[in-house]
Design a protein around this ligand. Structure first.
Ligand code: NDP
Length: 434
C-alpha cells in the first residue's frame, strides 16, 4: 500500500483479484517462494511524458500522458489508450493490472498494458484532436512496436483517434506494421473489431443464460454509456430478441419504455459516432423519458450491462437493482461496480460476470487483428465473428472450471481470477526470478 499511496482504484482491483488468489495458492508454495504476487502487482515499467499541443486559437496546452507496460510474460504488452480528464497513474495501473488477467483469459499470446492522457476530448475540434494525437505519438512511438507493445482504443479513443495515431506512427517509423489495433478496415483493421467488445459481452451473457436453458428473448436490458461498448452491446442484444430500455452518457440517461428498435439504433449510432452528440438528443427525437444527471440503475430490468466507466454502480445502485428483480449483471466496462456493490452481487442469487471475463471480446479481436496483420490477410466478418464467439465460450468454460462450487453455482469472478492468474503466474515461474 505504501508503494501505491492514493491509488484507490489500483488497490481495489488488486484486492478483488488477490481475495480469490490467496486461498487458491495456499497449498501451492511455489508461487509464494517465487514472490509471484509481489511481481504481478508491480508494473514492468511506467513511462510518463509531456504532450504539448496548440488549440485552434493558437493557445498552447500541456497534458500528461502515460504508458503502463504491466506484464509481458505471455506476449507483447497490449491494452488501450484512454483520453479522459480523470486519467492518472493509479487508474492506468488498475486498468493494466486487469488487462493482464483479461488477456490471459482470451488464450491469445498477449501481455497486459494500458495508457492514455488526462486530455479531455470533449468539445475539441477535429483539428485539435488531430494535433493532440500527433504530439502524443511523437513520444509514444519510442516505446511501442508490433513485438513490444501494441496499443488500442478505450474511453475517448475511437476510430478517428486511432487513425490519427496510426498515421503519425507510420510516418515517424517509416514502417507499416500492426503496432496499433482498432484500425480502419482499409489500412489493416479487422472486421468486427468495432463491434467486438459489445458483441462479446452479449455472447458471454448468452453462455451464462444457457446454463439455465434460458436466453435473451424478451429480457429487459439496461445499458449505461452510449460509446463503443454500449452501442454494440445494444445492437446484439436487440438482434437476439431483448428489449433494451436505457442508454446514458455523463449528462444523463434515456429511458425508452418501448425499447430501442433498429431505426432508433441507427439514429443513436450516428449521433454518437459521427456527430459526437449528447444522449439527450435521443429523448428529444423519440419523445422518451430523460433522467438528467442520473445513471440507469433506478430503472427495473432483468439484465444490467454497465458499459461506461469504473465504479459507476455503487452499493445503493446495486441494492436498487436487486430490489427491482435483477437476474444478471455483466460488466462491459472495466470495474464498473464498486467493491461493496461487487460483494453484494457476488453474495446474492444474481448471475454476475466481471469485466475481465465478459468484456474480453474487444481485446480478443484486437489479437485477431494482430494475427491478420502478421499474415497480411483479412478474414471475413463471419470468420472473425465465429472466432469471437468461440473465444467467449472458452472464457466462460474457464470461469466455470475454476469458479463452480459443489452445488453447481458459478462464481465468475473467482473463476476468471484464478484462470487468468494461473496462466500468467506459471509463465513467470518458468522464467525464474527475472
Ligand atoms: P467510449 O469513450 O466510446 O464511451 C464511453 C461512454 O461512457 C460514453 O457514453 C461516456 O459518456 C460514458 N462515460 C465515460 N466516463 C463517464 C463517467 N465518468 N461518468 C458517466 N459516464 C461516463 O468508451 P468505450 O465504450 O470504449 O469504453 C467504455 C468502458 O468499456 C470503459 O470502462 C473501457 O475501459 C471498457 N472497455 C472498452 C473496450 C473497447 O473495446 N472499447 C474493451 C474493454 C473494455 P460521455 O461521452 O458523456 O463522457
Amino acid at each position: 500500500k505504501k508503494h501505491n499511496a492514493g491509488e484507490k482504484e489500483f488497490h481495489q482491483a488488486v484486492r478483488e483479484v488477490y481475495e480469490d488468489i490467496l486461498p487458491y495458492i495456499a497449498d501451492k508454495p511455489r508461487y509464494e517462494k517465487a514472490a509471484i504476487l509481489e511481481r504481478l502487482t508491480e508494473p514492468d515499467r511506467i513511462i510518463r511524458f509531456r504532450v504539448t499541443w496548440m488549440d485552434d486559437n493558437k493557445k498552447i496546452h500541456v497534458n500528461r500522458a502515460w504508458r503502463v507496460q504491466f506484464n509481458n510474460s505471455i506476449g507483447p504488452y497490449k491494452g488501450g489508450l484512454r483520453f479522459h480528464p480523470s486519467v492518472n497513474a493509479g487508474i492506468l495501473k488498475f486498468l493494466g493490472f486487469e488487462q493482464t488477467f483479461k488477456n490471459a483469459l482470451t488464450s491469445l499470446p498477449i501481455g497486459g498494458a494500458k495508457g492514455g492522457s488526462d486530455f479531455n476530448p470533449k468539445g475539441k475540434s477535429d483539428s485539435e484532436i488531430f494535433r493532440f494525437c500527433h504530439s502524443l505519438m511523437d513520444e509514444l512511438q519510442r516505446y511501442i512496436g508490433e513485438d513490444t507493445d501494441i496499443p488500442a482504443g478505450d474511453i475517448g479513443v475511437g476510430k478517428r483517434e486511432i487513425s490519427y495515431l496510426f498515421g503519425q506512427y507510420k510516418k515517424l517509423t517509416n514502417r507499416f506494421t500492426g503496432t496499433i489495433t482498432g484500425k480502419d478496415i482499409n489500412f489493416g483493421g479487422s472486421l468486427i473489431r468495432t463491434e467486438a467488445t459489445g458483441y462479446g459481452l452479449i455472447y458471454f451473457v448468452q453462455n451464462m443464460l444457457e446454463e439455465f436453458d434460458d436466453d435473451l428473448e424478451e429480457k429487459e436490458v439496461s445499458i449505461s454509456g452510449s460509446g463503443n461498448v454500449a452501442l454494440y452491446a445494444c445492437q446484439k442484444a436487440m438482434d437476439l430478441g431483448a428489449k433494451v430500455v436505457t442508454l446514458s452518457d455523463s449528462d444523463g440517461t434515456i429511458y425508452d419504455k418501448e425499447g430501442i428498435d433498429r431505426e432508433k439504433f441507427e439514429f443513436v449510432k450516428e449521433l454518437k459516432e459521427v456527430k459526437y452528440g449528447r444522449i439527450k438528443e435521443y429523448a428529444d427525437e423519440f419523445s422518451c423519458e430523460y433522467l438528467e444527471g442520473e445513471t440507469p440503475w433506478s430503472i427495473p430490468c432483468d439484465i444490467a450491462l454497465p458499459c461506461a466507466t469504473q465504479n459507476e454502480v455503487d452499493l445503493s445502485s446495486a441494492k436498487t437493482l436487486l430490489k427491482n428483480g435483477l437476474m444478471l449483471l455483466a460488466e462491459g466496462a472495466n470495474m464498473p461496480c464498486s467493491a461493496d456493490a461487487t460483494r453484494l452481487l457476488r453474495d446474492s442469487d444474481v448471475l454476475y460476470a466481471p469485466g475481465k471475463a465478459s468484456n474480453a471480446g474487444g481485446v480478443a479481436v484486437s489479437g485477431l487483428e494482430i494475427s491478420q496483420n502478421e499474415l497480411r490477410m483479412s478474414w471475413s466478418a463471419e470468420e472473425v465473428n465465429d472466432r469471437l464467439q468461440s473465444i467467449m465460450k472458452e472464457i466462460h468454460k474457464k470461469c466455470k472450471e475454476h469458479g463452480e462450487d459443489d452445488d453447481g453455482n458459478i462464481d465468475y469472478m473467482k473463476g476468471a481470477n484464478i484462470a487468468g492468474f494461473k496462466k500468467v503466474a506459471d509463465a513467470m515461474l518458468a522464467f525464474g526470478p527475472v
